[in-house]
Every structure is written in C-alpha cells, then in structure tokens.
Design a protein around this ligand. Structure first.
Ligand SMILES: Nc1nc2c(c(=O)[nH]1)N[C@H]1C(S)=C(S)[C@@H](COP(=O)(O)OP(=O)(O)OC[C@H]3O[C@@H](n4cnc5c(=O)[nH]c(N)nc54)[C@H](O)[C@@H]3O)O[C@H]1N2
Ligand SMILES: Nc1nc2c(c(=O)[nH]1)N[C@H]1C(S)=C(S)[C@@H](COP(=O)(O)OP(=O)(O)OC[C@H]3O[C@@H](n4cnc5c(=O)[nH]c(N)nc54)[C@H](O)[C@@H]3O)O[C@H]1N2
Ligand code: SF4
Ligand SMILES: [Mo]
Length: 710
C-alpha cells in the first residue's frame, strides 16, 4: 500500500486528499488529508470517487476516429494525420474564423489545458472562441473588469472573519463554493455563527444553505438586481454609506446614489416578492463592519447578471467592507500571471449573426448555433471542443446538437465518448486526474486564504499529457503539420512566460511544471516549485490582506463605482419595476454528488434513484393538475421536455426547478452507467435568445415555461 497526497481537481474547493493504492496500482481508498493546510481533512462524495473515475472502464484510453459513422480506436499518428488532412484546408479556404473553439469547465481545473489551451487558441486566431464562462461567471468578470480594471480581480468573501454574510443565488453547502475557494463550507459557516454572526440567504428555493442560514428570503428569479439596488437605496436614504478608507479611491459615488433613487424598497417589493420592511432591515443589518455580500450562479446566469454582480460589490464598497477583513477581499495567489495585466476589453469584435459584443476575448456560446447555421463569409465550419459538453450545458441544446452535425469537421479533446464528443470526427483523450500533476492556478486567485499546493502525478499514464496534445494541434493549425517539434514549441512557450516575468527560462523542467515554477518565481511569496514539492500538504501564506490601490488597474487608478457600460443597462432594469408577475419561471439546481454533466457515469455518485425531477410548489401542482411522481411536460419558446414531478414547498410558488447536466440518452455515447439513468436535458428548454445584455451570459435561471401533466 502507498498513499499519495493530491489536491482534488473536481471543484473549486481544492481539498487535499489521501489516495491509497495497492500493489497493483488500484485505488483502494480516498480520504480527506487531515494535514492539508487548507482543507484539514474535508472531503465530499465527488472527491471520494476519484478512484472510481480513474478506474472507470468507459474512460477513453486511445484516440477515436469516426469511420463510416462508427468510432474506431486509432493510433495518435493516425488521429493527427486525419486532423492535418481535414483542418488546415478549412482554415486556408475559409479563414481563421471558420474554426470555432468551445472550452469547457474542467479545463480550468487542469493546468495542461489552462496553460497550453491558450497557446492553441491564440495560434488559431479565431474570433469564434466560446467557453462555459458565458453560461457561468462572465458577469462577474465584467463587473470586476469595469470597476477594478481587471476581469480577474474578483473579490471573495473573507469567510473566516466575516460576521454577516449575505448570500444571493449560491448554494455552497452543495456546490462547495464558487468564485470563493473554501474547503469545508459548513465548518466555515458554522464559524460565522460561533463568532455571533449571521447568515442570510436569498434564493427562490429553500436549499441546504438556505435551511442552514439564519434567514432565508425566497426571491422571485431574476430580480436580484432590484433587491440589491433597494439595499443601496436604503443605505443612502438612511445615511449609512461609509466607504471609509476606500473614499479616496472612488469615482462615481454620487452617480450610484442617483441611479438608486427609483429603486425604493416599496418599488421593488412587488417584483422581488420580498417585503419592503424586510429589505430595509436587511440593508441596515448589512451596514456594519465585517459584513459581506456574495452572489453566485443564481445572480450571474440571469437576465440582469452584470448589474447584479456589480451591485454586489457596490454594496461591499458602500458599507466599507470591500478590501477590509471580514468583508470582500482580493486574494493574492502565489502564482501570478506574468507580464502586463490584460486590460479589460469588450466589443473589440462582434458576433457575425446577432452582433453580440466580444467580452474578454469570447462570444456568447448562446449564439454558436447561429454562427454554424448561417451561411456567408465567416461561417463556422469546424469546431474544437476542449473538455466541454455544450450539448448538455448550453441553452437550446437541441438546436446546437443539430448544428454540430452540419459541421465539416469536429474535434473533441475529451475523456469520454458522450453527448457532445460523439458528434466529433476525432476524439483525443487525456490522462485521468491521478495521472497528471495538478495545481489550482485559477482557484488560488479566488481563495479565502492565500495557499498553494502542488500535486505531482500519482500514476504514470499510457496517454500523452494534454499540454502535448494542445501543442500538437497548435503545430497543425500553424501549418507545421503533425510532426511539429513539440519540445521546441514548449521551449518557445516557456521563453515567452519567462520574458514577461523578466526571468531566465529554466531547462530542468518541461510543460506546465516549468511554467508554474516561473509564475511562482514571479509571484509575491518568494517560493519555487521545489519548495511546493517539499510541502505535500501545501503551503499557507495566511489570511487575505488589503490590496487597494495596488490591485486596481482602471485608467483612473480608482474604483469605478458607476462604470458607463453597466450604467447603460440600468434603464432596462427600471422597466422591470412596473411589470406584473407573468407565469412560471424555471431555475436550475445542483446536487452534492454531481459535477455538471460529466460525473454521472460513476456508480457511487448516482445511487439513490432519479434526481432529475422538476420541483413544483404544492399550490402550483394543484392548479396545474400535477401529482408527485407523475410526469410533467415542460415547454418554453426553445423546446419541450418530459420529466417526473416532485411536489415540494422547497421552491416558492411560481418557480419550478430542474437540475442541468442530465439527458444521457444519446445514441452512440459510451457512458454505460449514465445511460442507464439518463434523466433529461434541462437545456432543451433554456432559451438561447435570453441573455444578460452587457456580458452575453445566458439566462439559465428564470426561464419562462409552461408546465402541464404529460
Ligand atoms: N441550465 C443550466 N445549464 C448550465 C448551468 C446551470 O446552472 N444550469 N451551469 C453552467 C456552468 S456553471 C458550467 S461551468 C457549465 C459546464 O459546461 P461544460 O464545461 O460544457 O460541461 P461539463 O459538464 O463540465 O463537461 C465537461 C466535459 O469535459 C470532459 N472532461 C472531464 N475531465 C476532463 C479532462 O481532464 N480532460 C478533458 N479533455 N476533458 C475532460 C467531460 O467528459 C465532459 O465532456 O454548464 C453550464 N450549464
Ligand atoms: N456538487 C456540485 N458542485 C458543483 C457543481 C455541480 O454541478 N455539482 N458545479 C460547479 C460549478 S461549474 C459551479 S459554477 C458552481 C456553482 O455554485 P453555486 O452558484 O453555489 O451553485 P448552485 O447550486 O447552482 O446555486 C445557485 C443557486 O441560485 C438559486 N437561484 C436560481 N435563480 C435565482 C435567482 O434569480 N436569484 C437568486 N438569488 N437565486 C437564484 C438556485 O436556486 C441555487 O440554489 O458549483 C460548482 N460545484
Ligand atoms: S469539495 Fe470539491 S475539491 Fe473537495 S473533495 Fe469535493 S469535489 Fe473535491
Ligand atoms: Mo461553472
């Protein structure tokens, strides 16, 4: 028996795990690493199934090539020869934009794909870059970019010191936290209580987090921006605005006061479904030290995602809790991106068909189907998906799936043959999480403590590392063919990182390890990769520290409290004030034993029956003639689906909830466990025409639907 200490790559919490292997390299046990400097033994069901993932017989072990409609295993040489035969001619004949990319979520948990994916995407030079960000957190990048000048400067709740936590649209007891890296959320929330603090949750559903909290407000979906503006309104009206130290770093305070005028508690109460007196009380309770507002998926993937994300941090500024202990703070990760910080950019180009502005280099994935279907110059003819499953995860998934079948060529870099990759011509698999080194480049930038932990590969892999795959594809799209010198390309990448960090490029390592080492050397803590290698339970750099003004990157050098492009969306919000309640709204939900669309093939995670149901409030069920356990049909402008009903007062009246990431009934997928319990794809009814205007993020919460007995 041997035990390896690894950081779990399956969610943002970055837990340290102990993986026990027997003499045959079989994983026999996965437990929480009690000595981990950050997670101290915490583990969830997903982490515990790392062994099941590693040993999953359905995980791909060789490239697959579609011949006459059937996938056959081929050598890497054959796979690359086919790609070289088919991809460069499309680029030559139709231009760079004819090849689109969709980069999915696990790529952010994978240093090979994070660091070398960008090399491929840059080499491709396509305007048609899409990712899971536009069905997720783009509004937060947008608000951070405009307010602080850096889309990656996202403040996180200082969970371990706060005494008042207002959570909107997040269920961290289940999701384990997002844009808030914090293992053992339950323990940390309990800590708030033990300090005499308070947790308030705003969510249309009584989630685990809401049930745990001291107070729960069941808001009408999509109306958080109204509620948040009303909180701002009260703070000004009651003279409780006190930005303290931030005062000298602020622009736009008076504009915010002005903008908040119409949004009185009384004005927003009917639309939000929250009582005016309650709103006033919430605002006054927030106006203290060590208080923080935190918003997540329920506030970003909705009609006013950007305005809501902005107002979250406006409130943190107004109460004097931005950049202050116990408030919303900017982490300082050990690994720093090298070179100049990329200035926040939007609208440098627009999507061809619907004219959506680019945001931080991406277009909204909601419009990918338009770009594939619509003929003309710049039409998308080929697609590379990298660790993404857009056929389940993006709105009007039915339409996108059909569009993918009309592509001239498609590559999926993916570890499964699933709903999306089955439409590819070539699938390139990668090693399992235990077969690659791991470092949470992205999530230490969002961590509630400054920590770092390097995980070497536990086991060797028969598959090439994915950074090599990215460089091989780079070779092909840059015309060097399948035989391009990967080592030379890697040296080139490292030299670029070193040059920007003003460091000598090192020769003792290759791949992501070398880049991480360079970024650590460029970072604030005077550590190298060797130091992290010598600390298998991680290194702790302490609690978060104030970073303003250093963290600011705006043209003015100040916090822009009223950024022009966000303010421009406020009139659209004002129109909401007069509106009447108009029918049922669909929201999503997550379960502890799930990971978006791709871990339903692991038996330990799908035990206990079908979780893919629609939750309906008893009064709605009676009105609509729905019965618990019966089948409902759910219809929207985009599509229709049938799903079992669960009648529960957990959701507020007028709201129904279906989890996303299900619908594993596609013919030709190779996910035997998932296919046996497929569930339905909620994104069949998500409407691809409903977007948060500034950021182009899809509305996945608050979709108008009709529900009837099936
Ligand atoms: N209705 C609705 N839709 C949603 C959401 C919602 O709340 N409601 N949430 C949205 C959010 S937040 C997100 S992040 C997206 C996720 O959307 P996606 O990123 O498109 O989907 P995932 O389900 O994460 O699928 C990841 C894919 O990566 C593959 N994969 C896993 N590990 C690896 C690896 O190591 N290497 C490679 N190459 N591939 C790998 C899996 O097999 C799978 O095909 O979904 C979004 N969609
Ligand atoms: N177990 C598990 N963990 C995960 C994932 C998973 O699939 N499973 N996915 C990971 C990913 S990619 C992400 S991005 C994170 C997401 O992390 P979270 O945002 O914490 O996850 P959700 O459970 O989707 O929480 C969103 C909440 O918003 C509520 N909501 C819906 N509409 C509205 C609204 O209009 N207003 C308000 N205030 N609330 C609303 C929903 O009821 C839900 O409880 O989770 C990550 N962790
Ligand atoms: S909470 Fe996240 S990081 Fe921790 S064990 Fe679970 S999946 Fe892994
Ligand atoms: Mo996500």
């Amino acid at each position: 028996m041997t035990t390896a200490h690894v950081t779990c790559p399956l969610c943002e919490a970055t837990c340290g795990l102990d993986v026990t292997l027997d003499a045959n390299q079989q994983v026999t046990r996965v437990t929480g690493d009690r000595n981990d400097v950050f997670s101290q033994g915490y583990i969830c069901p997903k982490g515990a199934s790392l062994g099941a993932l590693h040993h999953d017989p359905d995980r791909l072990t060789a490239p697959l090539l579609k011949r006459d409609g059937e996938f056959v295993e081929v050598s890497w040489q054959e796979a690359y020869d086919e790609i070289d035969r088919r991809l460069p001619p499309i680029l030559e004949e139709h231009g760079r934009d004819a090849v689109a990319v969709y980069a999915g979520n696990p790529g952010v948990h994978n240093i090979a794909l994070t660091l070398y994916g960008r090399v491929l995407y840059k080499a491709l030079g396509t305007k048609n870059f899409y990712s899971a960000t536009s069905v997720d957190q783009m509004p937060k990048h947008y608000s951070a970019g405009t307010m602080f000048g850096d889309p990656l400067a996202i403040p996180v709740p200082d969970l371990d010191r706060t005494r008042h936590l207002l959570i909107l649209g997040a269920n961290p007891l289940v999701s384990n936290g997002s844009l808030m890296t914090a293992p053992d959320i339950r323990g940390r929330l309990r800590g708030i209580r033990e300090r005499g603090g308070k947790i308030v949750v705003v969510d249309p559903r009584r989630t685990r987090t809401a049930a745990f909290a001291d107070e729960h407000h069941a808001i009408r979906p999509g109306t958080d921006a109204l509620l948040l503006f009303a909180l701002v309104n009260v703070l000004f009206a009651e003279n409780r605005v006190q930005p303290k130290r931030l005062g000298e770093h602020l622009n736009g305070l008076d504009d915010v006061r002005e903008l908040a005028q119409p949004f009185t508690p009384e004005a927003v109460a009917p639309r939000t479904g929250i009582d005016a007196a309650e709103i006033r009380r919430m605002a006054l309770e927030l106006a203290t030290e060590n208080a923080v507002v935190y918003g997540r998926i329920g506030t970003t993937t909705q009609a006013f995602g950007t305005v809501a994300s902005w107002l979250v941090d406006v409130l943190n500024v107004l109460t004097g809790n931005l950049d202050a202990p116990g408030g919303a703070m900017f982490p300082l990760a050990a690994c720093q991106p090298t070179g100049n910080r990329r200035p926040f950019a939007v609208g440098r180009w627009r999507s061809r068909v619907r004219g959506y502005p680019e945001v931080v280099g991406e277009l909204p994935v909601a419009t990918l189907a338009d770009e594939i279907e619509t003929p003309g110059e710049g039409q998308v003819r080929a697609l590379i998906t990298v660790s993404g499953n857009p056929c389940l995860s993006t709105p009007n998934a039915g339409r996108l799936a059909a569009a993918l079948d009309n592509l001239d060529f498609m590559i999926s870099v993916d570890v499964y043959l699933n709903e999306t990759s089955r439409r590819a011509d070539v699938i390139l698999p990668g090693p399992s999480p235990l077969e690659r080194p791991h470092f949470d480049l992205a999530f230490y930038q969002l961590s509630v403590r400054n920590v770092a932990n390097w995980t070497p590969a536990t086991l060797p892999s028969d598959l090439p590392p994915e950074w090599e795959t990215m460089l091989r594809l780079t070779g092909i799209v840059t015309g060097q063919g399948p035989e391009a010198d990967v080592e030379a390309l890697d040296d080139f990448v490292a030299a670029d990182v070193a040059r920007r960090a003003k460091l000598e490029v090192t020769r003792d390592r290759t791949g992501p390890a070398r880049l991480v080492d360079l970024m650590l050397r460029a970072g604030p803590y005077d550590v190298t990769l060797a130091d992290l290698e010598a600390a298998p339970h991680g290194m702790d750099f302490g609690p978060l520290k104030p970073r303003i003004p250093d963290v600011l990157c705006t043209a003015s050098g100040r916090i822009e409290l009223a950024p022009e492009t966000i303010v421009a969306d406020v009139p659209r919000l004002r129109e909401e004030l007069g509106k009447q309640d108009d029918g049922l709204l669909l929201i999503g939900r997550r379960h502890l034993s799930s990971n978006n669309s791709w871990m339903h093939n692991l038996a330990p995670l799908v035990r206990g029956g079908n979780r893919c149901t629609v939750l309906v409030h008893p009064t709605d069920a009676t009105r609509l003639g729905l019965t618990d356990g019966g089948l409902a049909s759910v219809t929207s402008r985009a599509g229709k689906l049938e799903v079992p009903v669960e009648v529960t007062d957990e959701v507020r009246p007028g709201v129904v909830s279906i989890p996303h990431g299900w619908g594993h009934d596609a013919a030709g997928a190779r996910t035997r466990v998932a296919s046996a319990n497929p569930g339905v794809n909620s994104n069949l009814v998500a409407d691809e025409t409903l977007l948060d205007v500034p950021s182009g993020t899809s509305v996945l919460n608050g979709i108008p639907v009709e529900v009837a007995p099936a």
